[in-house]
Design a protein around this ligand. Structure first.
Ligand code: KG4
Ligand code: ZN
Length: 409
């Protein structure tokens, strides 16, 4: 049984999975995500200190909900005993672990007085990459739970978690995907999917990664400036559409028929023809800004113009992501293309990847997570944590640290 915690950006997530050693067969007992989108909306982006405050507020309620849904939440039989136990010297240690999160400490102490230790074997926690203050709240929370419950911690890389969620059988969309058709997962059918080329596209990351095995990765290319999701978010902000920009832009484009172009907007596809697997999206955002600023007020207010510039932005992003990923898959003779991250929830991107994988590469599997598992969640951390746990990669809570720039290599 694994409890996973995710706080690397603006979503507070906690999930519980039960995994049996034969298979492995995963049983998802709960997967709770508390989004802070409403809080960050008025700023048009995520403010790390504000996000940290929200994680402090949300973690204990989300933990309670996740354990309750997993049927692991049990009221303490002897309140007196537990409360005594939580006082010296345990509470002194908890005070020191959560020294920088006083609000979280207060809530956690109340929780620990009220509930028994749940039947959990390990705590999986995202240690990076991500926003440093946000990562630390989750890491300190995991340390506090690990210390109190006396169970080990498994450190999870957020980007790896976006990839490995694809290996949670049954809940993924599977295209031309011949090998993992049951929820019996074995090393032999896994090997038939390797090597894989992974595209992780989110608000914080845009990377093309070669995966040769679990835990064996090489970053082939990445963005040199903004991430693809960040580009969606910034373009939406320029156009005054709100936050997060990706789903808003996608919803606008869905209202629009391509045969109906009225404004001749042509945006750049930065680095589309370079020989590497790198990206650059900041120039695309600037091109949108210039186009928008150069328009008279009447056009800027024109709904049709907004729809068209959204459609062209989205297509420019998809064109570049598609071209570089397919190039990498061909160059490395990949047997599978794996998508992950918030931008992979984009309907048009999903459609165009399915179509192009069929047309442009032979015998290549394509794995795309369910839409709600593309954006940040703790289930992906649980899955990645499970694989590390099986390899014996557990740690003592004292040795775990957040690392904002953690790399997958
Ligand atoms: O993976 P994620 O939840 O967080 C990070 O690790 O960054 O990704 C969030 C990003 C945001 O930039 C958001 O605008 C984008 O994913 N996103 C989308 C869609 N849904 C979320 N971008 C395009 N189309 C979508 N449907
Ligand atoms: Zn993410």
């Amino acid at each position: 049984m694994i409890l996973a915690i995710e706080t690397s950006c603006d979503d507070t997530g906690i999930a519980v999975i039960k995994a049996s050693s034969k298979g492995p067969i995963f049983n998802v007992l709960s997967n709770i995500v508390s989004s802070q989108a409403e809080v960050h909306k008025k700023w048009g982006g995520v403010y790390p200190m504000l996000a940290k405050r929200e994680h402090q507020r949300n973690l204990v309620p989300v933990l309670t909900q996740a354990l309750e849904q997993a049927k692991l939440l049990k009221i303490s039989k002897s309140k007196f005993l537990i409360s005594k136990q939580i006082q010296n010297p345990k509470s002194k240690m908890l005070e020191s672990i959560l020294e920088r999160e006083p609000e979280l400490l207060k809530k956690l102490l109340l929780f620990l007085k009220k509930y028994q230790k749940p039947d959990i074997d390990a705590i999986a926690i995202t240690t990076g990459p991500g926003l440093e203050p946000c990562l630390w709240v989750g890491v300190n929370f995991a340390k506090a739970l690990s210390y109190t419950w006396n169970i080990p911690v498994v450190a999870v890389n957020h980007v790896e978690a976006h990839i490995l969620i694809n290996f949670l059988p049954k809940i993924n969309e599977i295209f031309n995907y011949q090998f993992l058709i049951s929820n019996q997962f074995s090393n032999s059918n896994f090997q038939k999917l390797m090597p894989a080329v992974c595209l992780v596209v989110s608000g914080g990351h845009t990377q093309v990664i070669l995966m040769e095995n679990f835990g064996k990765y090489k970053i082939l290319g990445e963005t040199r400036d903004d991430a693809a999701g960040e580009c969606f978010d910034k373009v939406a902000k320029i156009l005054g559409l709100g936050y997060p920009g990706g789903p808003i832009v996608a919803a606008k484009v869905a209202q629009f028929s391509i045969s109906n172009f009225q404004f001749p907007i042509k945006l750049p596809r930065p680095m589309i023809n370079t020989k590497d697997y790198d990206f650059s999206f900041s120039g695309l955002k600037t091109a949108v800004l210039y186009n928008y600023k150069s328009q008279p007020e009447k056009i800027r207010r024109n709904k049709k113009y907004i729809l068209e510039i959204c459609a062209e932005t989205q297509q420019a992003i998809i064109d570049v992501l598609l071209k570089k990923t397919i190039k990498a898959a061909k160059d490395y003779k990949a047997k599978t293309i794996i998508l992950g991250g918030g931008v992979a929830a984009n309907d048009e991107l999903r459609k165009q990847f399915i179509k192009n994988c069929k047309l442009r590469i032979e015998n290549c599997n394509l794995l795309i997570p369910n839409k709600d598992l593309c954006t940040d969640n703790a289930l992906m951390v649980a899955v990645a944590g499970y694989f590390r746990f099986k390899q014996g990669k557990t740690e003592n809570w004292r040795d775990i640290e957040a690392e904002a720039n953690l790399r997958l290599e």
